[in-house]
Design a protein around this ligand. Structure first.
Ligand code: ADP
Ligand code: MG
Length: 326
């Protein structure tokens, strides 16, 4: 009998299938589909949990960064999912599949970087698992955090008329990666944005505490792909202004030489900035925030995501967001 070996679901198709199979847990107020799951606790806090995998050759190349930075980044991107809910990271769990040739010094460096990052956020390493790997290095990180009961900011919740904001600048990390892939060394600023991203924990906490955001997530796969998760979860569309996308000076100087680099800011990924929606307009001008934010567009009633140029014409990004199976 022929065996069906189709492989066309894509990363998010597979996650949807898993979600349908998994069903719901009564103890959770939010399960699969957001940056974290939410488990209400007895008391005034909800428990947030998220997990991420880092596989050599997929998420990192050992020749591009120090072991210390790799450990830091593994912690930072996981903590970013707690920031994306407006929470406070507390406990992390670290799983390591260690290749035979990795020395004690190297693994110690990696773990030191991981511990240094979580210490910045007042979190602790609470457990993990360690084993040998016949192939590449595998790092699995789980993070738990807390947020005031019912005040986590989810992907669902954006509505027509909300303004869309993003923190910091976009595209630096993807530009650094592009240079590394071409065999060029990014300058220290770009390298830092790629190797040691800063999770926007304080900003996420502020947005939750002051109830300023209706929906939020962190940009890991690219602005357009990630914002699309907010749009589909909320059942709305959006229009972005290309000229409002916040870019660093370093990114802008590269852009002036090659405008197609703008697609790295729209779809490059690994920015670990927060994208959120708010009924408040001009939030970026009215309120001093924990971290600078920029209004980049508006939620619209028509479905879909459109990027408009200064001329009024639509801009079509040539890059898709990151999908592990495409
Ligand atoms: P993020 O980029 O914020 O880490 P992902 O895109 O990796 O989120 O995942 C989207 C959602 O799907 C999350 O809620 C995540 O927990 C869930 N998810 C991803 N892979 C699996 C899996 N293998 N089993 C169950 N849930 C999964
Ligand atoms: Mg996320």
């Amino acid at each position: 009998m022929p065996v069906n070996k189709s492989n066309s679901l894509g990363e998010f198709g597979l996650i949807d299938w898993i979600r349908q199979q998994a069903g719901h847990g009564d103890h959770l107020s939010l399960g699969i589909g957001d940056d974290c799951s939410i488990q209400p606790q007895q008391g005034e806090k909800d428990l947030l949990t998220s997990t991420d995998l880092f596989i050599e050759g997929v998420h990192f190349r050992r020749e591009w960064c120090s072991w210390f930075d790799l450990g830091r980044k593994a912690a930072a991107v996981n903590i970013s999912d707690i920031a994306a809910m407006g929470g406070t990271p507390q406990s992390l769990f670290l799983g390591i599949g260690r290749p035979r040739e990795m020395s004690d010094e190297e693994i110690e460096e990696l773990i030191s970087g991981f511990l240094a990052e979580i210490k910045i956020h007042g979190a602790v390493l609470a457990g993990g698992d360690t084993c040998g790997s016949p192939g590449s290095l595998l790092i699995s990180v789980t993070v738990q955090g807390s947020v005031a009961a019912t005040e986590a900011i989810c992907r669902e919740g954006a509505s027509y008329g909300d303004a869309i904001y993003v923190s910091g600048c976009l595209g630096d990390s993807a530009l650094a990666l592009q240079l590394l892939e071409k065999g060029q060394q990014p300058d220290p600023y770009l390298a830092g944005r790629f190797h040691s991203p800063t999770p926007r924990v304080a900003l996420g906490q502020e947005l939750s505490r002051r109830q300023l955001a209706t929906a939020m997530l962190d940009v890991s796969d690219g602005l357009l792909a990630d914002l699309d998760h907010i749009l589909s979860a909320s059942g709305v569309g959006a229009e972005l202004d290309l000229v409002k996308i916040p870019l660093s000076e370093r990114f802008q100087s590269s852009l002036s030489e090659d405008f197609s680099l703008i697609d790295l800011a729209l779809a490059g990924g690994e920015d670990y900035e927060l994208v959120f929606t708010s009924p408040l307009k001009d939030l970026d001008r009215q309120i001093e925030m924990e971290h600078p934010v920029t209004q980049i567009g508006m939620i619209s009633p028509e479905p879909g995501l459109r990027v408009r140029q200064k001329s009024g014409e639509l801009y079509y990004c040539q890059r898709g967001g990151f999908d592990h199976f495409s």
